[in-house]
Structures are given as C-alpha cells and as structure tokens.
Design a binder for this molecule. Structure first.
Ligand code: RIB
Ligand code: CA
Length: 305
C-alpha cells in the first residue's frame, strides 16, 4: 500500500528533487502539492511547483498556500535559489493552473477525509501546517504523521543558530512542534550527510530524459550557488523526507523534545533538542545511508519522462 502524502513546498532546487522522487517512487501516492512562501515569494514558488509537475507529468493538483509568515516579517531564501526561486532550467510555457481552493483548506479537507492515512511533508517554512492546525484543532490527532525538513540540533544555515525553514516562520514551527502530532524531523544533522558530488552529477548528466535534463540544469545552478556560500557540494535537504517515507531504514533517528526559540534576537528560530532518555516526542534524523538515498532517486528517474 503506497504512502499517501501531501507535499508542502517552497520550490526551490531541493524541493524540486523531492517532487521528482515522490513522483517516481511506487511507494508514494502524492495526493496534492501546496506551495508556500519561503525560498521565494509565493507567486514564484507556486509557478515553480506547477512547472516542475507539468514537465515531469505529475497530474496531482497544486494549491497556493500562505504568502507570508504568521508573525515575523517575510524573509526569502536569499540568492541560493536565484531570482525565480528555481534558476537554471528553462521550462516550456506553463499550462497547468493552481486549484481555486486555498492550500490550507486542501490540507484540512484531505486529512479529515482520510483519517490516520495522510503524511504531511512540509519542505519549506511551516506556515501552512500551523494555519491548518489552528483552523482545525483535530488535525494533529487525525494526521498519520508530519515528516518535515527543518531545524538542526547543531548550527543553523540561515543564521549561526537557525535553519532557514524554521527561521522563516518560528512561530509556525512552535505551533507545529507543540501540536502533539507525530513528527519526524529531517534537520541539517542528517540532510547535510546527503550531498550531490561531482561523480554523482556526472552520472545524472548522462541521462537523456526531460526530467533528468531539468534536474541537471537545476543542479548546475544549485552547485554554483552553494559553492558561493561555502559549501563544496549541495545537500539534498528536502528529498530526505521522501526517502525516509519510502524506506525509513535508510536513516537512523533519535527521539528528542524540540523547542523553538521565539524571543532571543540572536537565536530566534533555533531548534533546541532537549536531552532525552529516549522519551522525547519528535523523531530526529541523525544518520543517513547516502548510497541508498541515491538508489531511490535513480529508480524514480526510470519511471519519469
Ligand atoms: O535549510 C534548507 C531548507 O531551506 C530547504 O528546504 C531549502 O529548500 C530551503 O527551503
Ligand atoms: Ca524547501
């Protein structure tokens, strides 16, 4: 039985890889995608999500989510992802349209209609998920789980203390982590273990499908942008969520209690992992078998045009 998921994305380069992986693996049933502000403004993350889905033949409906954080002033993902939010590939003229329903309502309606079956997969700021929880208080007890990319038990990547997805809406993160929903946190501790190196890039460069061409053009930009920011290779942050859902044994996790810094100006958006004797409520990724991650993406490519 395939895992029913909703992807909540701020498409960006690694969000695109998550969409490709989710679309190419039989283990996943993608019920819909919601675009949120994050790497870029909502207009651009929505357009990028539509373009990627159209190019790879993903028929799932796409919805617009929130266009600003709950409380803090909006921040976007800087120049990592470029002016469009997905610089690199050139897409054909976009035909696919977003649904009229707001993405937060789509999340609520889908979870209520499929109690205990839906995995929410936010790979951007948690604004949409927090709004869904506030609008429908039953959601944390009816969702199967939330597998999110965000946070870090160590250093941040947007500030020294905060990872971008959390930093972009810390109040939303506090609502989500405090909701009681079952959470798997794929933070920087584990996602930085899965990087696209030259050999891997060269291998994908030999693929001739249009999905691979889009991936390669995207990664060419992402590699240069990450290098400008001091990272030798780009990390596959967001698709770690999809890989975990498809095959949890690729990752090792620990249980921690996670709290969000909302008051200290310097540490705003930091995720604190409370010391635990294993009694924590959040499953936090700490290790990854990168080779098995890449084998999943290899398989996904074989099933996409
Ligand atoms: O910190 C990494 C996260 O920030 C990823 O989701 C990336 O897409 C950006 O949104
Ligand atoms: Ca993202």
């Amino acid at each position: 039985m395939a895992e029913k998921i909703i992807l909540d994305v701020d498409t960006g380069h690694d969000d695109m890889v998550a969409i490709v992986m989710a679309s190419g693996l039989e283990e996943i049933e993608l019920m819909g995608l919601v675009a949120v502000v994050g790497n870029q403004i909502l207009e651009k993350t929505l357009a990028n999500t539509l373009k990627v889905c159209e190019l790879i033949g993903q028929q799932a409906p796409v919805y617009a989510g929130m266009d600003r954080p709950l409380v803090r002033p909006k921040v976007i993902g800087g120049d990592i992802h470029g002016e469009s939010g997905l610089d690199g590939p050139v897409f054909p003229t976009l035909v696919k349209k977003p649904q009229a329903l707001h993405g937060v309502h789509f999340i609520i309606e889908t979870v209520l209609a499929n109690p205990h079956e839906i995995t929410l997969v936010p790979t951007g700021p948690l604004t949409d998920i927090a709004m869904a929880i506030r609008l429908e208080p039953r959601l944390p007890s009816l969702v199967k789980r939330i597998v999110l990319m965000g946070g870090s038990m160590g250093r941040g990547n947007r500030t020294a203390h905060a990872e971008f997805n959390i930093f972009a809406d810390p109040e939303a993160a506090a609502i989500v982590f405090g909701s009681g929903a079952p959470i798997v946190m794929m933070g920087l501790d584990v996602t930085l273990q899965v990087v696209l190196d030259e050999n891997r890039s060269a291998t994908y460069g030999k693929l001739t499908t249009r999905t691979a061409a889009m991936f390669n053009a995207s990664m060419a930009h992402y590699i240069q942008a990450c290098r400008r920011h001091g990272s030798e290779f780009p990390a596959m942050h967001d698709p770690c969520c999809i890989a975990y859902i498809a095959d949890p044994s690729i990752f090792t996790t620990e249980f921690h209690d996670i709290e969000i810094e909302l008051h200290d100006r310097e540490k705003y958006g930091k995720t604190y992992a409370g010391t635990t004797n294993g009694s924590g409520t959040v499953q936090v990724g700490i290790g990854a078998d990168a080779d098995r991650f890449w084998k999943l993406l290899d398989r996904a490519f074989t099933r996409l045009p």
